[in-house]
Design a protein around this ligand. Structure first.
Ligand SMILES: [Zn+2]
Length: 68
């Protein structure tokens, strides 16, 4: 089940991964801490990420579910 977190920097350890699931088509991605920081910014909150990401499969934006 999705775990809420304050932001990436405070929540991800070096070996943690960020899991992202599209709420529209169910496509899942897993990013390393390094990838997540580079692509989203270390201070990103779950809400920031949800609104920023567009699905690589169906292109829907704003529906991503994210957890660590
Ligand atoms: Zn999708």
């Amino acid at each position: 089940m999705a775990m809420m977190f304050p932001n990436l920097d405070r929540s991800m350890g070096p070996s943690d991964t960020l899991k992202i699931e599209c709420g529209a088509c169910g496509r899942r991605s897993t990013w390393t801490r390094k990838q997540a920081f580079a692509l989203l910014g270390a201070g990103s909150t779950p809400a920031d990420i949800r609104w920023r990401l567009a699905c690589a499969g169906c292109k829907v934006k704003g529906r991503a579910r994210v957890w660590i």
